[in-house]
Design a protein around this ligand. Structure first.
Ligand SMILES: [Zn+2]
Length: 554
């Protein structure tokens, strides 16, 4: 048996989102998380990406389980896609699996998947791995760090975390269990880097309470609070304050309603008295008696807040005198949409409170001093920064090097998606590198879109397209009519400037010079036509449109 552990990230390293990692020993491999991402290719019609799970094909026989650290979309959003390819048993907390079930239901896969609900400090024996679930604090509830015991040593995977000593719901981060592993010896710590550029400690989830108290106290009219539907601590604070300040709460937006329902059912969210009201009932209350919790803090154009700011949402609109609180951070890539949303809200006369103006949001991720606590408690032989853009991975490395004794370039390892990091008694090294193209998801059909399709769309967007149809006589292999040329979105070309007729002529001449067998082989002929037209186009207009050639035989 090979005496090494392999760490193979499929996503989440060097980018925000799509967290997914394989951990392999011998011929057994577990997967930690299967998240979705929000790609920058949105102008080309794709809003969602997932890791390239086809890459796991070569490990098909080795895969034994999928373990979920927590229920954020960038950790469970690709669940149905990976399980459709590899039907693995799934381990996660009650809340994580409740969210996961919702996703599987949408894909009608609920009956086909084995879900193992685990609690903090449960230990799952999965082949040669033994996994302890360590209670972690983060912006949502029921989160885990993982202690993964392998025959070669223990790996700690932090998941997403911050060291919150006073969370609103549940216990603080379980440093005691972590310290136990630290004492026994940890081979490698795979640690969240999202907030590694931020100094100090990340404030507790409770830190937003004073600002919210003031807002509830001062707001004369209707109060709209937009936050992530998964930020259960934040929702609890809003419910509690609404009760205290005699406002009813109405929840708007599908994901928010669903998450409130799940958290309420599991007893994680404590909704005081008769605080929660339906949208119909909410309209009966005076402006200063109601508070709406609403989706759309990222400026999503399908969300309730956007609709309310630009047109109507089920008959409701943002009006003069309303106060809108954006209680969320800006996810990279959403800056423009959020800015547009705020513009629309101002146009309607709303008062807007955002993170920059009041402490209405705290991060769920470890800042530098949290990272220090993590590393000093786990005391790993190797530190491997994960979860974040490359800049953040790098900054975790720099910070730990400069602030925690015993860590140098030799035992902090930076890896990238598609790397195979090998750990053994001699050290840690990247032994293979794979270029992993992400897979895109079509939001309408929820089907996969190949990377090449989006690359083609990009080319179309930059250069437009020219289409050439050539009709050939099957028996003589000669032109049976004029070539037909059309173009769309090509700069410098208009229907009237004679390009099409000149191109037609050039192609006809090229064909007349071709040998019979060059035409008889359709594939060769098509490619030749494409090259001829491409040369002609580049000579004439110096752009690079996509060229599509079609050969019709009559
Ligand atoms: Zn998270």
């Amino acid at each position: 048996m090979a005496n090494k552990v392999e760490i193979i990230p499929l996503g989440g390293i060097g980018e925000f989102g799509m967290n997914c990692m394989g951990i392999r020993y011998g011929d057994e491999m577990i997967i930690v998380d299967a998240g979705m991402g929000f790609p920058e290719e949105t102008p080309y019609g794709v809003d969602i990406s997932i890791p390239n799970f086809d890459f796991l094909e070569e490990y098909r026989d080795d895969l034994t389980a999928l373990i979920l650290t927590h229920g954020h979309e960038d950790h469970i959003g690709a669940l149905s896609y990976i399980l459709r390819k590899f039907n693995l048993p799934v381990y996660g907390s009650r809340f994580t699996l409740a969210l996961a079930e919702k996703r599987l239901e949408e894909f009608r896969m609920l009956d086909d998947v084995l879900l193992h609900r685990v609690r903090p400090n449960d230990i799952a024996e999965i082949g040669c791995f033994s996994v302890e679930f360590i209670h972690a604090s983060h912006s949502l509830v029921d989160c885990f760090s993982l202690a993964i015991k392998t025959p070669l040593g223990t790996l700690i995977h932090t998941g997403d975390y911050k060291i919150d000593d006073t969370p609103v719901i549940g216990k603080p981060y379980d440093l005691k269990t972590l310290a136990k592993y630290g004492d026994e010896g940890v081979l490698a710590l795979l640690a969240d880097s999202t907030n590694s550029t931020v100094m100090g400690r990340t404030p507790s989830e409770r830190a937003v309470i004073p600002a919210f108290e003031e807002i509830f106290d001062e707001t004369p009219g209707r109060l709209f609070i937009s936050t992530f539907s998964s930020s259960i601590h934040r929702l609890q604070i809003i419910f509690d304050l609404a009760f205290e300040f005699d406002r009813k709460v109405c929840v708007l937006g599908r994901s928010m309603q669903k998450n409130v329902e799940i958290a309420d059912e599991l007893g994680l969210l404590q909704i005081p008295g008769e605080t929660l009201v339906s949208m119909g009932d909410a309209r009966a209350y005076a402006d200063n008696e109601i508070c709406y919790i609403i989706t759309g803090s990222q400026g999503e154009t399908r969300a309730a807040l956007w609709n309310m700011a630009t047109s109507t949402y089920k008959g409701m609109e943002i009006e003069k005198g309303d106060t809108v609180v954006l209680s969320a951070r800006i996810i990279p890539g959403n800056e423009k949409n959020i800015s547009r949303l705020i513009g629309h809200l101002y146009k309607r006369g709303a008062n807007i409170i955002e993170e920059k103006r009041r402490l209405v949001h705290v991060s769920g991720h470890a800042a530098q001093e949290d990272i220090k606590i993590m590393v000093e408690t786990a005391r790993p032989k190797f530190l491997v920064p994960i979860h974040g853009e490359y800049r953040m991975l790098f900054r975790q490395k720099e910070f730990v090097k400069n602030h925690v004794a015993g860590y140098t370039d030799d035992n902090i390892v930076l890896i990238e998606n598609g790397d195979v990091l090998e750990l053994d008694e001699f050290g840690a090294r990247v032994v293979e590198k794979h270029e992993l193209h992400k897979t895109f998801i079509d939001e309408e059909s929820l089907g996969e879109i190949e990377y090449d399709v989006v690359r083609e769309r990009k080319k179309l967007a930059y250069g437009g397209a020219i289409s050439l149809v050539v009709t050939i006589d099957k028996s003589t292999h000669q032109l049976a009519g004029e070539p037909h040329i059309t173009f769309q979105g090509v700069a410098g070309l208009e229907a009237t400037n004679g390009f099409a007729s000149e191109a037609r002529q050039a192609i006809s001449e090229a064909i007349s010079e071709m040998k019979r067998e060059q035409i008889a082989d359709k594939a060769v002929f098509k490619e030749n036509l494409r090259i001829h037209l491409k040369r002609f186009v580049q000579k004439e207009i110096r752009t690079k449109p996509v060229i599509v050639t079609t050969v019709v035989e009559v």
